[in-house]
Design a protein around this ligand. Structure first.
Ligand SMILES: *Cc1c(COP(=O)(O)O)cnc(C)c1O
Length: 365
């Protein structure tokens, strides 16, 4: 599948792109996920027409779907999230887009969907960013958030993998996820709900995982927390991840623990990058299970210095307080820790081109 010929892009000109002044005004405070660029990419797949067969880069707008489209009934859908960063010299850079392309196909296989050739995925990103390059924010913490996704479009109510799909790429200029840099967040321990079980879809980036996380997330909000943390589905003991971010625990002996990728956790690209950067900082990183009781004990004894959550959207976010039922515990001072701040600056520096990229992570458009 991955070697199938990839279609050429047909370019459909936008009849009325956003005027420069209106776009520049909107880019001063883009928020998160509400502002979109002028264009999008759509590629169609039909198992009976040789697979991926039509790629169009054109004006962004509504799509039509048959009401029987399989995605609306059985949720065959996957997505990715990545960012394009404005460099000081005017260039635009992507961070590890090849890793997103691979993970997209890992998710596709789990959801019984066709793989998208990596070259087609990467080409779609490059072409959209090139045509919408004026939409990349230049404000501090800003980036062009890219959202590639794929869903089953076949009109069929029987239960089997669909034979028709759409791959779409849209782009949304975003500001910093948190307005004031990265304050320490308060998180709620989900005791009534789990996010993923072994053998389930926890390692796939699929919308259903998020749908299932909304009720516990709403509980978290009702309890005055910013995010929810999930425990494993079997023992309800091991800390897994937040709704959309991976976790790192920093100890006073120079070691760092992050939960292992055993199929129930999303393999974050930020997670993978942080493991490498932390090792280079001289820290010992262990991928091993960490229990909620241990977390509380280590926070109370002071052995645990910091907890950091990480992901593309919010980069590195310090966890200040954890609320578990009626019990609350604080990590370190309850504010952003030293390592979180240092490693965040390191990662953002590489992404923005102000720190040398020694890993080959950055690709210029
Ligand atoms: C996308 C995602 C992450 C973070 O992955 P990154 O590649 O670092 O952005 C973590 N957890 C979940 C559930 C996710 O969907």
């Amino acid at each position: 599948m991955a070697d199938a010929p990839t279609p050429d892009f047909e370019h459909v000109p936008h009849p009325a792109p956003t005027p420069d002044a209106a776009r520049d005004e909107a880019l001063k405070d883009p928020g998160f996920g509400t502002l979109f660029t002028d264009h999008m990419v759509v590629v169609d797949y039909d198992a009976d027409k040789g697979g991926w067969h039509q790629a169009v880069l054109g004006p962004r707008g509504p799509i039509t779907l048959d009401p029987a489209a399989a995605v609306l009934h059985y949720a065959q859908e996957i997505f990715e999230g990545m960012k394009a960063y404005q460099q000081e010299d005017g260039a635009i850079a992507l961070f590890r887009p090849d890793a997103n392309a691979r993970r997209f196909n890992d998710s596709a296989r789990r959801m019984a969907m066709p793989e998208l050739p990596e070259a087609l995925f990467l080409d779609s990103i490059r072409q959209l960013v090139a045509v919408d390059r004026k939409w990349v924010p230049t404000i501090p913490g800003g980036a062009l958030y890219l959202r590639p996704f794929m869903f089953a479009s076949e009109a069929f109510l029987g239960v089997r993998p669909a034979r028709q799909y759409k791959y779409i790429l849209i782009a949304s200029p975003v500001g910093g996820y948190f307005k004031s840099g990265a304050p320490a967040v308060k998180i709620w321990v989900a005791r009534d709900y789990v996010r993923a079980a072994k053998g389930g879809t926890g390692a796939a980036k699929t919308g259903g995982n998020y749908a299932a996380s909304l009720v516990p997330q709403a509980q978290a909000t009702a309890k005055g927390c910013d995010q929810v943390v999930f425990l494993d589905a079997v023992e309800r003991k091991w800390v897994e991840e937040l709704g959309g971010m991976n976790l790192f625990f920093v100890f006073d002996d120079g070691s760092v623990v992050t939960p292992p990728l055993t199929g129930t956790i999303l393999p974050g690209i930020t997670r993978d990058s942080l493991i490498q950067l932390l090792c280079e900082e001289g820290l010992t990183v262990r991928e091993e299970p960490y229990s909620i009781e241990q977390w509380r004990d280590d926070a109370q004894s002071g052995r645990l210095l910091e907890t950091m959550a990480c992901g593309t959207a919010a980069v590195v976010t310090p966890v200040g307080t954890v609320l578990d039922g009626d019990t609350e515990f604080t990590i370190g001072s309850g504010g952003p820790g030293q390592l979180a701040t240092k490693i965040r600056n390191r990662l953002v520096g590489v992404q923005k081109g102000t720190i040398a990229d020694t890993h080959g992570w950055v690709t210029h458009i």
